[in-house]
Design a protein around this ligand. Structure first.
Ligand code: ADP
Ligand code: MG
Length: 614
């Protein structure tokens, strides 16, 4: 034998780390490796079928599309053979030697932390092949690409550090994976065990699976069956197969219609949102069928982009079999299906929100980012999506959330607008001067913590006929009379002269100074004449060199001791009064969250402190 023909390759670092965990730490639920290998075989068959539909030239075009499994309990081997697309030499290196996903470092970190109990992550993250090393001490892969001019190769590894590839002429199209079982994994060489595992995990694989020559699965398209005939367990199994998941879905939606479109759809919301962990963008999870024949996996345009976390299938007999990703994008039929199914899904989410608050909360905790993304970007469904949004407010308890309809239903009779304000936490907002007038009049204020919420509000402008107003806007239209006038205020004359003096003293730092009708406990606040301050804060956070604080309106509270004393101080100590005025403005800017780095004012604060102590 020609030794030089065998090429040694080193695994990518992330693969080495992953294999180290797979080999040394994962002992429970080892049997899922078989599900992963069968799922890869089914994928490879699916791709061949698609190539056939589109009329491409393929090697061994006559061979049946199926998966053959040989369990040999004497030799302690398990062999999985498919007649799928196979791999070229380059594809072997790329697919079985590296992890292509973004976020793989984060994934490995999580896997290390959760160790033994999260085998489930492996399939969901798309590194299922490596799970073979849970059961095998050596894995040998014979493969030949569907491309007629390609040769066959053999890949082999013990999972430690490196693998080899060499030419292995004479293999038919597809892939044959031989697992030489570990001493403690001999049960995977026994046909009874393998039958049980296939039945448990792979009963929905749409290709025949033969074990030692006998067929073990029956292929079924449960989405075309009647809802009443499908037990919950069957739905769950189907979801697990489809989403490569281990747990139950959070929600399922089985929907069939004849008009205006002949359509069957079976959709699931998963339990977890991997995008939340920084795993990179979730790929769309809906497969498209025509009369039970898969025509496109993970189709992009069949649902809106923001529904990419949904898993499931959509089957419509009106779809052409040979539709491509490009033609899907422009197809009027596809956008019609998209609208019909999205509407159904939104309807069901709204029902969940009213009928089962707890489960909706669970959904909201994990998937709110997608709903917000939709509300911000999808004009067609914006109004329905806005109803699904949930917020903190000045009247909610710690883990309680309010919808815009809840808010409207408990608005004060004379109240005309919905008020909101953005801030990092409930506590920091509650302490801000912007809330004083609302507290005084017992008007609820929605707290937004995410700049995208404010963006959505600015897009929709109103809800249920009520204007959406940021509480740091200049004109609030508060219904009631201004605040409790228990304390004595400066006379109008004094107040006007103080305002005039403040304008002269602060100059271009303010656009206007005026008496406030909304302050109760604070001496002053700043208001933005143009937009909500949340937008300015956002700009500052993303761009440290953004222009400094925009000059705004300074409102002062004539009932506050600081304002009254400032008025007196002007004649007794003009220099100190000027310092105090500047500090008054900056304090108001801090309260607005506009001064991210207050170190610059320490000098002045010390001077003020010195005066106060003298
Ligand atoms: P995923 O299936 O999520 O892509 P895997 O680790 O299971 O991740 O497989 C990695 C890649 O190896 C697959 O995307 C595919 O390109 C290739 N592969 C694995 N098994 C087969 C097979 N039986 N036939 C053809 N290609 C395969
Ligand atoms: Mg896989």
């Amino acid at each position: 034998m020609d030794v030089n023909a065998s090429q040694k390759h080193e695994f990518q670092t992330e693969v080495k780390q992953l294999l180290d965990i797979v080999i040394n730490s994962l002992y429970t639920e080892r049997e899922v490796f078989l599900r992963e290998l069968i799922s890869n075989a089914a994928d490879a068959l699916e791709k061949i079928r698609y190539l056939q539909i589109t009329g491409q030239e393929i090697a061994d075009s006559e061979s049946a599309l199926e998966i053959q499994i040989e369990a040999d309990k004497d030799a302690h081997t398990l062999t999985i053979t498919d007649t799928g697309i196979g791999m070229t030499q380059e594809e072997l290196v790329k697919n079985l030697g590296t992890i292509a996903h973004s976020g793989s470092k984060e994934f490995i970190r999580r896997l290390t932390e959760s160790a033994s109990n999260d085998v489930n992550l492996i399939g969901q993250f798309g590194v299922g092949f490596y799970a073979a090393f849970m059961a095998a001490r050596k894995v040998t892969v014979y493969t030949r690409s569907y491309r007629p001019e390609e040769e066959s190769y053999v890949w082999e590894s013990d999972g430690i550090g490196e693998y080899t590839i060499e030419a292995a002429p004479g293999h038919p199209r597809g892939t044959k994976i031989v697992l030489t079982l570990k001493d403690d994994a001999f049960q995977f060489g026994e046909p009874e065990t393998i039958t049980r595992i296939i039945k448990q995990y792979s009963s929905f694989v749409p290709y025949p699976i033969l074990l030692n020559g006998d067929k073990v699965n029956t292929i079924q398209a449960i989405w075309t069956k009647n809802k009443n005939e499908i037990p919950d367990e069957e739905y769950t199994e189907f979801y697990k197969f489809l989403a490569n998941a281990h747990d139950e879905p959070l929600l399922r939606m089985h929907f069939s219609a004849d008009a205006p479109l002949a359509i069957h759809s079976l959709l699931f919301l998963p339990r977890d949102n991997f995008e939340r962990y920084g795993f990179g963008r979730t790929e769309p999870g809906v497969n498209v069928y025509c009369k039970k024949v898969l025509i496109m996996e993970q189709a992009k345009d069949i649902l809106p982009e923001w529904l990419r976390f949904v898993k499931g299938i959509i089957d419509s007999e009106e779809l052409p079999l040979n539709i491509s990703r490009e033609t899907m994008q422009d197809s009027a039929l596809v956008s019609k299906i998209n609208r019909v199914v999205t509407k159904q899904l939104l309807k069901q989410l709204e029902e969940l929100a009213t009928d089962d608050k707890e489960r909706y909360q669970e959904f909201w905790d994990k998937f709110s980012m997608f709903i917000k993304e939709g509300a911000a970007s999808d004009f067609t469904h914006r109004n329905d999506l806005v109803k699904l949004l949930r917020f903190d407010s000045s009247q909610t308890a710690a883990d309680e959330f309010v919808s815009l309809s809840d808010y409207v239903s408990r608005m004060k009779e004379e109240q005309t607008a919905i008020y909101y304000i953005n801030g990092l936490s409930k506590e920091s907002i509650a302490a801000s001067p912007y809330l004083e007038a609302f507290r005084d009049q017992q008007i609820e204020v929605i707290f937004t913590h995410d700049p995208i919420d404010d963006y959505i509000f600015s897009l929709v402008g109103e809800f249920d006929g009520k204007q959406l107003l940021s509480a740091d806007q200049t004109d609030l239209n508060l219904p009631g009379a201004p605040v409790s006038a228990e304390k004595e205020s400066l006379s109008e004359e004094d107040l006007n002269s103080l305002i005039q003096w403040l304008k002269e003293t602060l100059q271009e730092k303010v656009t206007e100074v005026r008496a406030s009708a909304r302050l109760v406990d604070s001496p002053a606040l700043v208001l933005n004449p143009h937009s909500a301050y949340s937008m300015q804060r956002m700009m500052q956070m993303v761009n440290k060199d953004a222009p400094g604080i925009e000059a705004g309106v300074l409102e002062i509270n004539g009932r506050h001791a600081i304002i009254q004393r400032l008025h007196a101080l002007r004649s007794s100590d003009a220099e100190f009064a000027k310092m105090a005025a500047e500090q008054l403005l900056e304090n108001a800017q801090i309260a607005a969250g506009l001064i991210l780095d207050p170190r610059g004012m320490v000098h002045r604060l010390n001077a003020i402190l010195e005066k106060a102590l003298s």
